[in-house]
Design a protein around this ligand. Structure first.
Ligand SMILES: Cc1ncc(COP(=O)(O)O)c(C=O)c1O
Length: 389
């Protein structure tokens, strides 16, 4: 008997499934579970931003708009990041995208050909692997170690560079690690990029969510003449706008220009009313961001204090984001089994560290963008698990 060839492409058949989503789906069977799983703000989108979106719909901004984004938004982003990075940027350096996810797609599309390698930190945001896979690229992992305070090192990147390396993805501040890379390491990675002719794709979606005791450096700030980078950003986390799906990527014009053509064949454009809301987010009071970040910083304190008091658990104090990456090795279970038992036996949903790569084994990711009561209840349950071992 001859076997029928699959109708489904090998790319789609072998697309790497996200274990975050797998755990999320498992948790659906436990509707009363305390959930520390979701990677999004627990705030609603600020009123003035919602109002701008509603106004735009009422004013009939409901038609197709420019592929690369409305000029007002590209201009506003160029203005914001020119000021921050001390670089002369114009709208031609900015591409507006469906969230940072699509910005990453574009960044990889314009820099990576099938068979080429993309260096990806491990642990890191699992969608990077899927994106590289779609392109027919080869993801090469570099470890980010707890003994280096969960900060990617340039020397580890160098060890993974080959003549097939087309891009290196860095993610500072990091999901899931909550760490911020040191400026010197980013400077060295920029040197390597020039020397070995690869592009640094820097996922900076948490750039505003940095706490007082840390200093964030963008890849765009390391050297005025460094231009082998694409910096990916988003309104999702900064302005509590995950569902609006508005992101962007900034870089040299030669990288950015082809993205508009690619967008035409993908989604054509992001809705104009979403983009008007994004302009309102940039032009409006930034105190809304400060208030949210101050609140995450307070909740970080509670999370750190409670986790460190649980027998067998430890964590590095997160410097940014709303994630704690908790070392659970002393408990002696693999992270998937542990997360499953916490869910089934204690009604507590967490994300196993292995969802973020092999080097994430031995950890759990806990979100602290939840109420202090939820953090306390979750930590009570972790204590109960520790006591029952
Ligand atoms: C590191 C990282 N990059 C990108 C994204 C995607 O963000 P967006 O909602 O803008 O697509 C996320 C969302 O969780 C993230 O954590």
């Amino acid at each position: 008997m001859t076997s029928t060839p699959s109708r489904i492409s090998p790319m789609a058949e072998t697309y790497p499934a996200s274990s975050i989503r797998k755990m999320f789906n498992l948790a659906l069977d436990f509707p009363d579970a305390v959930k520390l799983t979701v990677g999004e703000p627990d705030f609603n989108t600020p009123e003035h931003i919602k109002a701008a979106g509603i106004r735009a719909i009422e004013n009939d901004n409901t038609r197709y708009v420019a592929n690369a984004g409305i000029p007002e938004l590209r201009q506003a982003l160029a203005r914001k990041y020119s000021g921050r990075w001390g670089r002369g940027l114009g709208p031609e350096n900015v591409m507006v995208s469906f969230g940072a996810m699509e910005a990453l797609t574009f960044a990889l599309d314009v820099t990576v050909s099938p068979g080429q390698e993309v260096i990806v930190p491990d642990p890191s945001f699992p969608n990077y692997l899927g994106q590289v896979h779609r392109l027919g690229g080869v993801a090469v992992s570099v470890p980010v170690r707890e003994e280096n305070e969960f900060k990617l090192r340039a020397e580890d990147v160098l060890a993974a560079v080959t003549d097939r390396t087309a891009a290196v993805i860095i993610n500072s501040p990091s999901n899931p690690l909550g760490s911020v890379m040191d400026r010197t390491e980013i400077e060295q990675i920029a040197e390597l990029a020039d020397e070995h002719e690869f592009t640094v794709i820097s996922d900076e979606v948490y750039d505003e969510m940095v706490f007082d005791d840390a200093e964030f450096t963008s890849v765009a700030e390391v050297r005025a003449d460094f231009d082998r980078f694409l910096a990916v950003g988003s309104f999702s986390k900064t302005y509590a706008m995950t569902g609006w799906r508005c992101g962007f990527v900034i870089g040299s014009q030669d990288y950015i220009a082809p993205m508009a053509l690619l967008q035409e064949g993908l989604t054509s454009s992001l809705p104009g009313f979403v983009q008007e809301a994004a302009v309102a987010a940039l032009d409006g009071p930034q105190s809304v961001v400060d208030t949210m970040v101050a609140s995450y910083a307070e909740r970080r304190e509670l999370m750190v204090e409670r986790i460190n008091a649980v027998e067998g658990l430890s964590l590095i104090r997160p410097e940014a984001t709303f994630y704690a990456f908790v070392n659970v090795r002393e408990w002696g279970l693999n992270s998937w089994d542990l997360a499953t038992r916490l869910l089934e036996e204690h009604n507590l949903a967490t994300i196993p560290g292995s969802a973020f790569g092999r080097a994430g084994e031995g950890y759990l990711r806990l979100t602290f963008a939840v109420s202090p009561e939820t953090i306390n209840t979750a930590c009570d349950r972790l204590e109960a698990f520790a006591a029952g071992r």
